[in-house]
Design a protein around this ligand. Structure first.
Ligand code: CA
Length: 228
């Protein structure tokens, strides 16, 4: 589990990071809003701890930017004590929970755990295509019952293809969904499709990932037809 903390007050950030690391979470910290948003958009975190008053870009705006891009990671806002208006606004912008400062670390930890648990339950479903199974709650992929370890990016790419089974996705659509148009080199998608094919389809008689010439890629059950 990897958490992102966006908090500009270093002593507070240090206490939170140390505590979470002791609880065996991996934590990365951003000290300003712009940097924090950039990191959050990399889609490599399971939860965001978000301060509201930040240099660069405030917490509400970060919340909204993430939800506008349909990023569903749980967000725990750290708000000023008694600032009811702040909390309401944060929840309206898409935060999942809030914790008023100053807080007891045990309470922060309990809320983090509850949000991660809720998120996992909420998200769990299984996509099955031929002998491929994707557990979207545990982010676990198997073929013929054997687990296939994927990077976060490979997983997101596979899930995007699988969720659109049989429907070709263009490189632009894939770039937008998986990379959010960051680091978009013209061959980014092709390179990652190549990596994914090695893990998913190599050495298997039935190939699921198909090139759709002039369009992009699709994932489908060939249903017995000869593979490419
Ligand atoms: Ca602050």
């Amino acid at each position: 589990m990897k958490l992102l903390l966006i908090e500009d007050e270093r002593p507070i950030a240090d206490v939170i990071r140390r505590g979470l690391e002791e609880a065996h979470y991996s934590v990365e910290v951003a000290y300003d809003g712009e940097e924090g948003l950039k990191m959050a958009l990399s889609d490599s975190y399971d939860l965001l701890l978000l301060d509201l008053m930040l240099p660069g870009r405030d917490g509400w705006s970060i919340c909204r930017a993430l939800r506008d891009r349909r990023m569903t990671l749980p967000i725990l806002m750290l708000t000023a004590r008694d600032a009811v208006g702040d909390r309401v606004q944060g929840l309206e912008m898409g935060a999942d929970d809030y914790l008023p400062k100053p807080f007891d670390f045990a309470e922060l930890l309990a809320r983090v755990r509850a949000l991660l648990r809720r998120d996992r339950l909420h998200k769990t479903s299984t996509i099955r295509i031929a002998d491929l199974e994707i557990d979207t709650g545990l982010l676990r992929v198997t073929r013929a019952g054997r687990e296939i370890p994927l990077t976060r990016r490979e997983y997101t790419l596979l899930e995007a293809l699988a969720a659109n089974e049989g429907r070709p996705l263009s490189r632009d659509v894939i770039l937008n969904r998986v990379w959010h148009n960051d680091e978009s080199y013209s061959n980014t998608v092709d390179v990652h499709i190549g990596l994914l094919r090695k893990k998913i389809d190599a050495d298997r008689p039935v190939k699921l990932i198909r090139t759709v010439h002039g369009v992009g890629y699709t994932l489908k059950n060939p249903d017995g037809e000869p593979s490419e």
